[in-house]
Write a protein that binds this ligand. Sequence first.
Ligand SMILES: [Fe+2]
Length: 239
Amino acid sequence: MNTLEPLRRFVRDVTDCVSESGDERVLIAGVRPLLERLIHRDAWLPESCARPHPLHYRQYLLHCDPLERFSVVSFVWGPGQRTPIHDHTVWGLVGMLRGAELCQPYAPDAQGWMKALGSPHTLHPGEIEAVSPTLGDVHTVANAVPGKVSISIHVYGANIGAVRRHVYLEAKALDCSGPGGGTAGTGGTGGPDNAGLSTGGRGEPRLRPFISGYSSTTVPNLWDRSGDQRTQAPEVRGA
Ligand SMILES: [Fe+2]
């Protein structure tokens, strides 16, 4: 079997889902078991889409629907790497492939400042988390495994690298010497970081627009099925 067959099958099945419904609840319910099956094994993920960066987490585009109804991305977290507080503005499912992630949801307080909502939780291999503007859309994510790389597979209801989103400043960050820093941010070509956040007026959310982009300029070739075809017809050779 071609190594990429699990990803190809996932792309085919999610394409069916988005062709049958545009309803967020229906899509999340329909895509979740498909993502569960995809992350059950990880031998399919190309090494080129599993490489960490020494400073910043990576987001490699694995596939984007031609009509931009969904995209599939591998997020690769180096040791100690994390995101700033950010939103997605579309539905998304995050499936843990290797290692673990620490996820902390956020919600605005009465003054519009983002505050941690409950305790952070850990996502382990095989587990899936949903995000969306209706389910809860603002969070931070961090590599939960000291000294090791973690990888999660994300599917979003849009071409996520081109979606206009936001990065938020937490109220307590005002007391620090400055926002950002550490190993947070810059997950894509112009990924989220805390620099340039607007402090706004009284009562306004403190946020900055951002468009994440991707860390890669190519996608895996899902469609070279010649090996399978030649196995079935060994008398046929390539040019
Ligand atoms: Fe996120």
